[in-house]
Ligand binder design. Structure first.
Ligand code: SF4
Ligand code: SF4
Length: 94
């Protein structure tokens, strides 16, 4: 099986025939919009990281402070949950 399948390459109906296979599917290709992160506005509250259903928010140290540092666009389906829970306007959909 090749890695990172697109929506057109997965089984019809979205059947999961291989449990534990999420890393093999390039679900980011499903998104019509995706979140953009403004690191300067991020406070590191981690709400986006805790609520993202696909664990797509990258994090790390920025100038010695814990912050969101990016989005795993290859897996982000563009659901917008991270934007909805960010209280600091650090995320927006585009
Ligand atoms: S919810 Fe917003 S402020 Fe909090 S870590 Fe995520 S991007 Fe940063
Ligand atoms: S749009 Fe959805 S899948 Fe993408 S990073 Fe935000 S919460 Fe996660």
């Amino acid at each position: 099986m090749s890695p990172l399948k697109t929506a057109r390459e997965i089984p019809i109906g979205g059947m999961i025939v291989e449990p534990g296979n999420s890393l093999n599917y390039h679900t980011g290709s499903w998104a019509s919009k995706q979140p953009r992160l403004d690191i300067a506005k991020c406070t590191g509250c981690a709400f986006c990281m805790n609520y993202c259903p696909d664990d797509c928010i990258k994090s790390g140290q920025v100038d010695g402070q814990f912050r969101a540092t990016g989005i795993k666009y290859e897996y982000c389906k563009g659901c917008g949950v991270c934007v909805a829970v960010c209280k600091f306007d650090a995320l927006k959909m585009e």
